[in-house]
Design a protein. Structure first.
Length: 105
């Protein structure tokens, strides 16, 4: 099984490094106005792209090592409606928890 779905697909990194993504980062990051207001907010396009690459690396690793191996069990267990509440498969709950713990949600 793969160790990191992001690193295993060089096309993703290629697209991240195109000039249009740097330009879009400026729009997405509100012209980098939040850099002084919030810790970790990028101050320029290079910092934004480094941050995006770090997050893609995290989610690629988590997806390959944790989420993908649970996929069949999640599909098999499915979701349920219990007393008017939607209950996700235990694997889905684990996936969401681990994504949140990794700071990705």
């Amino acid at each position: 099984m793969a160790d990191n779905f992001y690193l295993d697909n060089p096309d993703l990194a290629f697209h991240l490094k195109t000039p249009v993504v740097a330009e879009l980062s400026q729009l997405h990051e509100n012209n980098f106005k939040d850099a002084g207001k919030f810790p970790g907010a990028p101050a320029d396009a290079d910092a934004a792209l480094a941050l995006y690459e770090c997050r893609l690396n995290k989610v690629g690793e988590l997806s390959a090592r944790k989420i993908a191996p649970r996929a069949a069990a999640v599909d098999q267990e499915g979701v349920a409606l219990k007393q008017g509440e939607v209950v996700f498969a235990s694997g889905t709950q684990d996936n969401l928890r681990e994504l949140a713990e990794a700071g990705l949600m």
